[in-house]
Design a protein around this ligand. Sequence first.
Ligand code: B16
Ligand code: MG
Length: 216
Amino acid sequence: RLEAVVFDLDGVITDTAEYHYLAWKELADELGIPFDRNVNERLKGVSRSESLDILLEKSGRSWTAAEKEDLAARKNDRYRRLIGQLTPGDLLPGIRELLTALCERGIAAGLASASHNAPLILERLDAGSWFQAVADPAGVTKGKPDPEIFLRAAELLGVPPENCVGVEDAAAGIAAINAAGMKAVGIGSADRLSGTDLLLASTAELSAERLLALFR
Ligand code: B16
Ligand code: MG
């Protein structure tokens, strides 16, 4: 029985990947490190510190923990300035309709995002009231593909994982949902995402009916 839907944020609720890209790109340019949208693809769903490690791979030198902390903070300052521009119009297609439909049917919604900025983003999107639980990545020791953040969201909702659907746009996220024992809905294409119970090309194709059908 479908009791709750646990959502990823970036790439599912809204598309913040471009803002992450712009903020990382500015840092990379300052450091003289090559960085493009292809490298940015590898950062989707990956934590801030792991993202920085990927960016620094091409720097040809090693960095101290203190230097890395400073670089990550600089990127985050820029990123927060950029997401300050988000408005409710930046919800991805179909998301408002889906969240409204879930609410009407008494199906809970939770958030399992790796982003420490998720509360600010939900506020900018005016979407906070739709979510009964937001898992805090600071309290999670292992990132996606580990199931921890999805399990944490289900626990906060008080719903067993087998009665949850997880929605993700990243391969590591789909792996996390499967490992959590939830039904997995992927947003994207089959060449990037495998192991889904339902694969949709866009969030516009999401509907409460389609999610309920996974349990029939
Ligand atoms: P922050 P998700 C992820 O969000 C992003 O996809 C990833 O690019 C980012 O590095 C990560 O959040 C951490 O974000 O720097 O804001 O803490 O897809 O898990 O919603
Ligand atoms: Mg994502």
